[in-house]
Design a protein around this ligand. Sequence first.
Ligand code: 2IP
Ligand code: CA
Length: 377
Amino acid sequence: MAQQLLRLLLRVSEKAANVARICRQETPLFELLVQEKTGEDKNKKFVRDFKTLADVVIQEMIRHDVCVQFPELKGFIHGEESNKFDNGLGESVLVTVCALEEETATMLATVLDGNHKAASLLAAAIHQDLQLTDEMAESLELPLHPSDLALWIDPIDATSQYIKGQVEVVAEGEICPSGLQCALVLIGAYLRATGEPVIGVINQPFAERDLVSQSWKGQHFWGVSCGSINAFSIPKPICHTAEESLSIVLSSSEKQVVKDALTPLCGGRFIYAAGAGYKTLCVILNLADVYVLSEGSTFKWDSCASHALLRAMGGGVIDLKESLLSFEKDESPRELTYHQARPGSQGAERWANHGGLIAYLDNNKLKTVIGALLGKL
Ligand code: 2IP
Ligand code: CA
């Protein structure tokens, strides 16, 4: 049943976070991560670049571990990355996680241009048997069958922040505008039939740094929304204040016309942060009221996990353009769905959230924001 799936997703998200941390902590991997390959060197190597490989490896590890326990999900686990790597000589290799650590290390060494040290370190992290205890998740019973579900994985959201590795120091309860804290592992499950997001797991590998050892501690969040069951693990109580001014989190690249339309709602005091996943997490943690994005620059894997969490908490993520149209017709806002590719689009664009989005917890605040954007986009 799906409660076992939730527990497994929590475990694999922790393994994924661990791989992300190890790639920054272990010198042979870190050197590859920050190395920029240019010119001839870039074309000769098997690896397009190591940061892509780190993403792919995490995605394939999640796919492998989930399929071992839930074979019915085979073919229904989708992610941001393709696991096919090409070199300039027309050769290609499929990056897969093998049954044995040694086999995975051998496969990785071929894409890492014979770097056995890096390959072994990575394979060890992938095959680690990591446990994660979450009492609330363990006591939950879910009326869902894994064979009705499919997954979207974003192995590392805000990859550029992950590579740059900047450390932002902010007070507790404040939003990080950028830095390692914005990098997240996102795993969302949706219903194959309707595309409704039902289980969300978010793991933040770099949540807190120990000042003495300089090592990072992560944190994770989950939410489940199916039928009458709405459960979530959010450490802080949610307090919906009746404040008049809204706190709105935006991408630093948001359009001026959108900011102008929203200025009366927040006095122009916008909050900017990196990462689509992280901005949505800010709404989940009640650090912001809404995340507004007018562009189609996010994808199903960016929003599925946090959407399930927000639904569990009474909020959601809507398609902005469609919801503006339905608002005019006095209809309810349109929630994003996850099962259908956009007809006529190619590649990743098929899975873009084309109409932009608004992530929200409070319905009234959502309506206020839609009202302010009406006729402005
Ligand atoms: C990206 C990443 C970017 C974000 C974009 C996501 O995912 O999170 O930071 O842009 O929407 O798709 P912005 O920070 O302007 O919101 P990835 O890093 O996985 O490509
Ligand atoms: Ca992403």
